[in-house]
Design a protein around this ligand. Sequence first.
Ligand SMILES: [Zn+2]
Ligand SMILES: [Zn+2]
Length: 264
Amino acid sequence: MTDHSGKPCSKTLASVPTLDDLVMRDVDHDCEGFGEHRICVRVEAVADLPTRFGRFRIVAFYNNRDGKEHIAIVHGDVLGGEGVLTRLHSECLTGDALGSLRCDCRDQLTLALTRIAQEPCGLLLYMRQEGRGIGLLNKIRAYALQDRGLDTVEANLALGFRDDERDYAIAAHMIASLTVGSIRLLTNNPRKVEELRRYGILVQDRIPHIVPVNDQNRFYLATKAHRSGHFLDLDGIPHLAEQDESADDLSEGQGSAGLQVDPN
Ligand SMILES: [Zn+2]
Ligand SMILES: [Zn+2]
């Protein structure tokens, strides 16, 4: 039986001088794949991406599994890098782009990009798995359940349903494709570290990702603290978390990842 948890791509993912060279390297790339589903990815396009957080490059990937266009936002020279500060972010249209206060995804994204921009090199994988992989429609359905004030557990179960194996195999191959030697993972979730290691990614360290209270998220926190009903987690009622929390975390009533809510 073939072991799909190792580094099947290491032979074909040769080192190249620059990020741009990854596109040519991967033109014919088709490896044995990561995980049970033999997930393989290719770097398809690389471009500059100046942002309000700093200068990045954006790397667009094809994968043979989910038809989604996952990307890496890269700061500095990560090729062959060791201890590269890395964040896995799951797309949240409502939070990331629309500024929704139902979750803290945008704060987590902003903080991650800010921290990565301060490092000599770092990268953020922006995974197009809306609502932890259940899709936008189901996420809004889960929101609607919560709006009606009933069945928070069901809503959270709906939001928590995802195919972890697929998510982490794609992310692991993306990191391997960038020929990153080892990473320090920005996360509050030790399981993310375990999953990436399962696919052969060398994770040196886990760096806690705590969103501090600031002027930007104060309203979000105040809303959480003062709005009555099921959206609150101050009484241990789970809320809809989309980043860095597993269903297990939610059932333990841990509340929002890293957010320190002052009930006063
Ligand atoms: Zn491959
Ligand atoms: Zn969100």
